[in-house]
Design a protein around this ligand. Sequence first.
Ligand SMILES: NC(=O)c1ccc[n+]([C@@H]2O[C@H](COP(=O)([O-])OP(=O)(O)OC[C@H]3O[C@@H](n4cnc5c(N)ncnc54)[C@H](O)[C@@H]3O)[C@@H](O)[C@H]2O)c1
Length: 259
Amino acid sequence: MKRFDNRTVIVTGGVRGMGGSHARGFVAEGANVVIADVLEQEGRTLADKLGVRAIFSRLDVTSESDWSATVAAAESAFGPVSVLVNNAGIVRFGPIAGTEPAAWRLVIDINLTGTYLGIRAIVPTMRKAGGGAIVNISSAGGMMAYPNTAAYTASKWGVRGLTKTAALELGRDGIRVNSIHPGPVRTPMTAGPDVAAAVAAEARNLAIARVAEPDEITRMVLFVASDEASFSTGSEFIVDGGVLLGPAPQHERARAAVA
Ligand SMILES: NC(=O)c1ccc[n+]([C@@H]2O[C@H](COP(=O)([O-])OP(=O)(O)OC[C@H]3O[C@@H](n4cnc5c(N)ncnc54)[C@H](O)[C@@H]3O)[C@@H](O)[C@H]2O)c1
């Protein structure tokens, strides 16, 4: 028996970076997975590669009709949905005074409103499944402040608050709702030259002085989504290498630089 045998799972932003890793992780654990993303060609290629227990559904998380179509596709391919991972997200950099309202709205729309629309769309099918788990991907930035990412930070604090309200509302339906808070992770989001340099600099100061690989976050997602986490809801699961601890002491940083 695997942890997700015959369960239907939707992973948003399930093509690239962490989402792709989560999709692969769920398939390996016996789940039937819907890779839901705006990247159609890459999504279909990944689904083909993962085999008969994976399909691709085109989903822009800001679109209510896309959500209806994705839930319908999941039900018709695999049956009622037991797990939703709200992973899709974007980041835009810049000081508040230099952030255009359109950029602010786009980040809030995808990261926060997209998560709300996902929860709203998934509840009926999860009730049909007899309960389930919603895993919302926030960030260490949903627990503290980073400069030059106001919309992102606000969206990730919003996801944390939304998670708690949803957990209270849905507990009686047997639906657990939790948030995950990664620190720096090696994905396309952090791959641009400027961002990669800033992320590497942040990582050098951490107690665990490196950037995480996506599968290190996947393992936490799988745990939180599984029955192993049966008594956890409305909670924050931190996978940040020590971001929230603050910078490691100087001599520890020097040792990491040598290693
Ligand atoms: N990479 C990090 O260091 C880091 C740290 C903390 C939290 N996170 C969060 O983890 C999640 C995944 O990040 P990642 O680094 O893998 O990002 P990524 O950019 O590598 O991948 C994001 C995925 O989301 C998809 N996507 C973007 N907009 C979408 C939309 N409107 N509808 C559906 N799909 C959409 C993209 O096509 C892509 O497949 C995000 O929520 C991000 O904020 C990332």
